[in-house]
Design a protein around this ligand. Sequence first.
Ligand code: NDP
Length: 419
Amino acid sequence: MARVLIIGCGGVASVAIQKCCQNSSVFSEICIASRTKAKCDALKEKLEGKTETKITTAQVNADNVDELIALINDYKPELVMNIALPYQDLTIMDACLACGVNYMDTANYEPEDTNDPEWREIYEKRCKEEGFSAYFDYSWQWAYKEKFEKAGLCAVLGSGFDPGVTQVFCAYAQKHWFDTIDTIDILDCNGGDHGYPFATNFNPEINLREVSAPGSYWENGHWVEIPAMSIKREYDFDQVGHKDMYLLHHEEIESLAKNIPNVKRIRFFMTFGQSYLTHMNCLENVGMLSTEPVEFEGHQIVPIQFLKALLPDPASLGPRTVGKTNIGCIFTGKKDGKEKTAYVYNVCDHQECYKEVGSQAISYTTGVPAMIGAMLMLTGEWNKPGVYTAEELNPDPFMDALNKWGLPWQKIDDPVLVD
Ligand code: NDP
């Protein structure tokens, strides 16, 4: 029986909220708070009468710590689930610390304004020291570890699918299947088709920033950075078929490199169709992916935000997306002195998700683990003072919950490896 504040009411949050409402014995009361309160009210209306969970709504600008503190002190939740954008991670963590409340999110911090000189100086130093140039990294949130420990509070970072479930898969493989893991390949395949020439499956700004950035992987104790989309492989995914996939930088590589002992290589691949890549290259070449404001007829316009306004809302893709996602991890390593390989993955059907919660599978595969992470924090299984990523916590109850709450996983021994 817990009272939870959920910040954000977009594609992912609306799935997480619906899953919380299916799990009323844990989530007995929730407050949905977001920038646009009307979206929270509409979701409340859709759910009321169909759940035992008591739902309230609120308006909040999560960039403003004082507003957050006022809301948290007023609602007095046991946990704040941040399912807004990565831009709000630090302000929400600050407010949780100020109010003595646990925190979780689904993506690591990145700044909205990458031209902020104060941020830029720290970023450029990090690029040189660490060797990767993504705008997001864990350093900002790991810096809160001692503060959360001292306050006796728990923060769980990145409880979505990737990051999130992929790290739970790694922790489970390390605990049950391997003595040492040598390599991890995370494969994120979306075999869905929404019928548009170009649309993103989650927030376009965050998605396009991630995909247009240089790729990187972890090898022998350091980062190797490569031009965007310059490493391509083909893989035959269970229930999806052959797809081209490209090596990307991804946030969980950073924490897994730290937490999986002696791992030699970690890579992340995501599938993209040719139409997506052609559109993205073109938009990038004409400057539409830029975050730098330009003046247009007396107005300041941020090109990527303008593009977001033109693209289909990811939340609207549900009814038209058909096909499946297949996301998982391939491991090589040793068990009892013998070489071993294994592949663990989930397959999720876009239309099944739409039937259940009115969303496509990308929001579903992120929203379900957000609810599961929060549930484990509330039931005490994932609750210890400090700041943690998913692979640092006991994977067993999470793996059981995936099977129960709509994301069943399967394991293959001796899978086809990625060269
Ligand atoms: P959306 O853009 O659909 O939703 C974001 C929500 O946050 C909206 O309701 C928005 O309000 C709200 N919001 C934005 N800024 C503020 C603010 N300043 N104050 C209050 N509310 C705000 O995003 P998604 O649902 O696609 O993504 C949500 C999160 O999930 C992101 O952090 C994303 O990176 C992450 N994600 C993680 C994945 C994983 O596997 N780990 C996969 C996919 C996404 P408004 O309605 O007014 O715009």
